[in-house]
Ligand binder design. Structure first.
Ligand code: HEM
Ligand code: SF4
Length: 547
């Protein structure tokens, strides 16, 4: 993985020293909370309903075991013994004391991490495929490009005060696991360079990104992005926070006109000054070699025997492993969605256990996924059963990846001051309702995504089933959306039926799922495909109790 150079170390250290001074002035009362707010937000420190929350960037979701252990240490020492992995491949600590933040940031800097640009109207952490560099269906590794964008965008003098926050995602595989069409800019790496999608996003006005240019060569990527951002920075609306995202500009201008303006801007730029020289791209790529793969012979018959003897292992193999570019390896997803628990949370002991598993079986490397799970991208098949048993001992062997209980949920009313409704307790109720593993497997791939308000942090627009918390005369209600998806066939879900109370949601989902099981052609037709074939309305009735 990428390693900081002198410049990176000095930059983070200088920022930490500056923030330490700002914290001291806040603690002494010299700065009011209002004066302090913009300063803390530049360092990823939010104030939620009950406490400060620190959001730490995990660049493009890549973590070393050492970094994961630092998270465990922070959770244990400064928080309530857990951390929360987010939908943008970051981690959040929800119960941080202001006085501890300088020390936490110092400890993070020691493992080459920081919280800069995890808030504010700047370019945020670029996200990518959690299986980058490992997946069999990958054309090219997106991580070096994500790192290039990170270096270009960090403290970019022109883009520190954009009309609104800005999120970029890249994928290099045929299957889009990075949700590129719901990002401000989504990049698809192809054999001919980058396809550039602009203007996707969720929030109160969801849009899918438009393809504005195909085949931008890697060596020209930064200047093209610079042109795209410049047009947005100049013409994006600053008069209305709800209309400030690039999706609004692109839809007001029309994608073609926006693309034309970007092209025009691109032509005026001194591209050679902006684009990274070939040697720099090669230098960055050199940080992302394939691991030194262990040539461990694996005995396919032994794996079959272990599966037959241990049905939990068989199920985990089926649901939590993905084909690797090497036949003797797989990628493993560690589900952070055990039955009845808040999605994306991990205790310090579990973080340590994941780091240990990465060291023992995964070349010391981990990833965070936007589905709020943790991945070991490279695991030798010969080690799978041992790994499974180790994870199982630490409560990390839930075998529900991609299933109805592998939900995304935002913090909602438990933490967030903008929330209309709770999201985590509802996710827990749904998880308990569908605890039966046989049933979950029978239902197959089904993604539920829950947001506690219209800001859509929980991606409800692109859930196969989306759940949106609303406030109805002081009461929490939930609207159900059907038909959304965030993959290469991205689509926005549509509100279906009437709003439901929290108590009514799990039973409504059960009726919905039962109807799907009745209507599907066979078990290969996924929920989302049956909804596509028959239309949402065919399912609306099931959401409500029969009269
Ligand atoms: C104090 C807690 C939080 C606050 C106040 C907050 C606020 C917001 C707001 C206002 C938006 C809408 C922005 C817009 O459309 O312009 C938004 C979007 C979003 N937030 Fe949060 N958020 C919080 C926590 C989180 C957490 C914990 C996650 C991840 C689990 C998250 C992930 C996202 C994502 C993915 C979006 C995407 C919507 C988009 O890009 O259009 N947020 N958030
Ligand atoms: S969707 Fe709403 S409730 Fe959930 S974290 Fe975002 S702003 Fe808060």
């Amino acid at each position: 993985m990428y390693q900081y150079d002198q410049f990176d170390h000095a930059m983070v250290a200088a920022r930490n020293a500056e923030f330490k001074d700002q914290v001291a002035r806040r603690l002494s009362g010299e700065l009011s909370e209002d004066q302090f707010k913009p300063l803390r937000l530049m360092n990823g420190l939010y104030l939620q309903l009950h406490a400060y929350m620190l959001r730490i960037a995990v660049p493009y979701g890549v973590l070393s075991s050492r970094q994961m252990r630092t998270f465990a240490h922070i959770a244990r020492t400064y928080d309530r013994d857990f951390g929360h992995f987010t939908t943008r491949q970051n981690i959040q600590f929800n119960w941080i004391k202001l006085a501890d933040t300088p020390q936490i940031l110092e400890e993070l800097a020691a493992v080459e991490m920081h919280a800069i640009q995890t808030s504010g109207n700047c370019i945020r952490n670029t996200t990518t495929d959690q299986f980058a560099g490992a997946a069999k269906d990958e054309l090219d590794d997106p991580r070096p490009w994500a790192e290039l964008i990170r270096q270009w965008s960090t403290f970019h003098p022109e883009f520190t005060f954009l009309p609104r926050k800005f999120k970029i995602a890249i994928t290099g595989a045929t299957r889009d696991r990075a949700a590129i069409r719901v990002h401000d800019i989504g990049l698809q790496l192809t054999a001919n360079g980058f396809d550039v999608y602009v203007g996707g996003g969720m929030g109160r006005t969801p849009h899918l990104g438009h393809l504005i240019k195909s085949g931008v060569p890697g060596e020209k990527l930064l200047s093209y992005l610079e042109a795209a951002l410049r047009v947005y920075n100049r013409y994006g609306r600053r008069d209305n926070i709800y209309k400030a995202r690039i999706k609004i500009l692109v839809s007001a201008l029309g994608p073609q006109e926006y693309a034309r303006q970007v092209e025009e801007e691109w032509a005026t730029l001194d591209q050679a000054q902006i684009d990274a020289p070939h040697a720099e791209i090669a230098r960055i790529k050199s940080f992302f070699p394939q691991p030194n793969y262990a040539d461990k012979a694996f005995d396919a018959a032994a794996i079959e025997r272990a599966k037959a003897a241990d049905p939990g292992f068989a199920r985990w193999m089926r649901n939590n492993t993905l084909a690797h570019r090497r036949d003797d390896h797989v990628s493993v997803t560690i589900s952070l969605k055990p039955t009845g628990m808040p999605p994306g949370d991990a205790s310090s002991a579990q973080m340590d256990a994941m780091a240990d598993a990465a060291d023992a079986f995964g070349y010391g490397e981990l990833r965070v996924s936007h589905e709020q799970n943790v991945i070991l991208p490279h695991v030798a098949k010969a080690d799978l059963y041992e790994l499974y048993r180790q994870l199982d001992q630490n409560g990390l062997s839930s075998a529900n990846v991609g299933k109805i209980t592998d939900m995304i949920a935002c913090p909602g009313l438990d933490y967030c001051s903008l929330a209309n409704a709770r999201a985590i307790p509802l996710a827990q109720d749904i998880s308990n309702r569908f605890a039966d593993e046989g049933l979950t497997d029978k239902i197959g791939d089904l993604q539920i995504k829950i947001s506690g308000c219209i800001n859509a942090c929980g991606h409800h627009h692109v859930g196969h089933i989306g759940i949106l918390g609303v406030d109805k005369q002081g009461e929490e209600f939930y609207q159900i959306l059907l038909g959304g998806r965030a993959d290469e066939k991205a689509a926005l879900g549509v509100i279906t039926g009437k709003g439901l109370s929290a108590e009514a949601v799990p039973a409504a989902l059960e009726r919905l799922v039962n109807l799907y099981l009745e209507l599907r052609t066979d078990e290969t037709e996924r929920f989302i495909d049956t909804v596509g074939r028959l239309g949402r309305e065919a399912f609306a009735g099931a959401l409500h109790e029969p009269a």
